[in-house]
Design a protein around this ligand. Structure first.
Ligand SMILES: Cc1cc2nc3c(=O)[nH]c(=O)nc-3n(C[C@H](O)[C@H](O)[C@H](O)COP(=O)(O)OP(=O)(O)OC[C@H]3O[C@@H](n4cnc5c(N)ncnc54)[C@H](O)[C@@H]3O)c2cc1C
Length: 435
């Protein structure tokens, strides 16, 4: 029986492994630590899974968390600068934020329960060579930090040579959550972006924050001043930045209760977005593939890295299944063809992310203004925002932006106006996880 080895039990490795298992392929995942240990660890990110990824999760049978009080149904976009504007769009298909400290261990359990083999083994270059002789193909899914030096940077597709944003993310307390669940993107000229959302965590649904600070901005201090050196001082600083740069979130803060949820519920950092070659030859003549962040690392500003990792895992799975069905070797030809399909699956996410890291051109500002004035344009923009192909085509040129506004103004004139945003008292209290 054919056997595939995958290094790394993150979202890319798990989605690839589960997909291959569902087609009867034997898969071994090599994880650097027991995935259950993640449950006790630091917040690794604040990841939204958008409709295309959620469809893949339903196909894999791993949609364990969705439900009316978990699914994100609204997107607020607020430009907070000299010229402010706000829109709130309703999503036809919902997104969801699940704390990866719940998500990845649970999917690893699913993988093992379905017959997958999981070995705890931190794999280095030498070990990879050895493993490549045990499996028909080895795939490296070690994220943005592990084993990446095997895969050369593609300079043409990688415009960044240093981090475009400095990051701070946290789970919070003392912020009244909007009902039904939504997320708010604050775009702050000269400062960066502040995303407020709601994450399904071990405490149920809780408010969360991602700050994407431009280097040298007033937000950047949130990525450099240590929280644990003086938690109260840090929280006062955070509150000040919310007041000045994310007023719709600040309006729902109870200062007496505000703070970071738990001692490990925050992260600070920065990384350089990069596209690497998706394959590498080993000294023993075998070839390995890269998937997920190991192949393409996007800045989190567009919330697309994990969604792209999942899309890429499915694209690679299709190529592997095809090669196995037709008895073709996992040689350089296979790698080049697979890379082409994987890049086609993830390129829109990278292009959209890189576009969002730049100030919006005037025609995109026109769409935002139209969305702030007309609910149907706001709805269409929010839905497009989640799917890179759709938002890219809407924002591609002044002509496409004008057409997007006109079409959506004219469309669905019988749609009722949006329901009012209600924030019940109990919403600030974390709820049980919805399964
Ligand atoms: C603050 C923040 C917010 C984000 N928000 C979003 C969002 O809203 N939406 C979105 O789609 N993406 C988001 N992302 C990006 C997302 O987290 C990543 O794109 C995604 O996790 C990549 O998945 P992966 O499987 O490639 O890597 P990872 O999830 O990093 O998994 C890699 C795995 O490999 C293991 N590993 C590493 N080295 C080795 C080794 N040598 N041997 C064995 N195992 C190894 C690691 O332990 C880990 O389990 C965000 C990221 C950050 C930092």
């Amino acid at each position: 029986m054919a056997s595939i080895g995958i290094v790394g039990a993150g979202t890319a490795g798990l989605h690839l492994g589960l997909k291959l298992l569902s087609h009867g392929v034997s898969v071994t995942l090599y994880a650097e630590q027991d995935p259950a240990k993640l449950r006790e660890g630091r917040l690794p990110n604040t990841v939204a899974h958008h409709p295309p990824t959620r469809a893949r999760e339903r196909e894999l049978g791993v949609d364990h968390w969705s439900g009316p009080s978990a699914d994100i149904r609204y997107v607020g976009i607020h430009v907070n600068g000299p010229q402010s504007l706000s829109m709130r769009g309703r999503l036809d298909k919902t997104s969801i934020f699940v704390d990866y400290r719940l998500y990845q261990p649970r999917l690893a359990e699913d993988f093992v329960a379905r017959g997958g083999r999981l070995e705890v083994l931190p794999v280095d270059g030498a070990a990879l060579e050895g493993l490549s002789l045990k499996h028909d193909l080895m795939v490296v899914a070690t994220g943005k930090n592990g084993l990446t030096s095997l895969f050369p940077r593609n300079a043409e597709l990688s415009p960044h040579t240093r981090p475009a944003r400095l990051l701070f993310a946290a789970l919070l307390k003392g912020v009244q959550m909007e009902e039904p669940p939504g997320m708010n993107a604050n775009l702050v000229p000269g400062q960066g972006e502040i995303f407020e959302s709601q994450v399904i965590s071990r405490h149920g649904r809780v408010p969360s924050l991602l700050v994407e600070a431009l280097p040298d901005s007033e937000l950047a201090v949130l990525s450099t001043q240590r929280y644990d050196a003086d938690p109260r001082a840090f929280e006062a600083l955070l509150l000040d930045r919310l007041r000045r740069f994310a007023p719709t979130t600040y309006a729902r803060v109870n200062p007496a209760e505000f703070g970071i949820l738990g001692p490990l519920d925050w992260l600070q950092g920065a990384f350089t977005p990069v596209v690497r070659r998706a394959w590498a030859p080993l000294a023993n003549g075998r070839f390995v593939m890269a998937v997920g962040d190991t192949h393409v690392t996007n800045d989190p500003v567009a919330g697309q890295g994990a969604n792209a990792a999942s899309a890429s895992a499915f694209a690679l799975a299709a190529r592997i299944l095809d090669a196995l069905a037709t008895d073709r070797p996992f040689d350089e030809g296979f790698c080049r063809a697979a890379e082409e399909k994987m890049w086609a699956a993830v390129a829109p996410a990278t292009h959209w992310t890189n576009a969002l890291l730049q100030p919006p051109p005037p025609h995109v500002v026109d769409v935002l203004v139209a969305g702030s004035q007309e609910q149907r344009v706001a709805d269409a923009f929010a839905n497009a925002f989640m799917v890179p192909e759709n938002i890219l085509s809407a924002c591609a040129s002044p002509e496409s932006a004008a057409a997007f506004i006109t079409q959506n103004r004219q469309a669905n004139r019988d749609v009722p106006p949006p329901e009012a945003w209600q924030i019940p008292e109990e919403a600030v209290t974390p709820r049980a996880v919805v399964r």
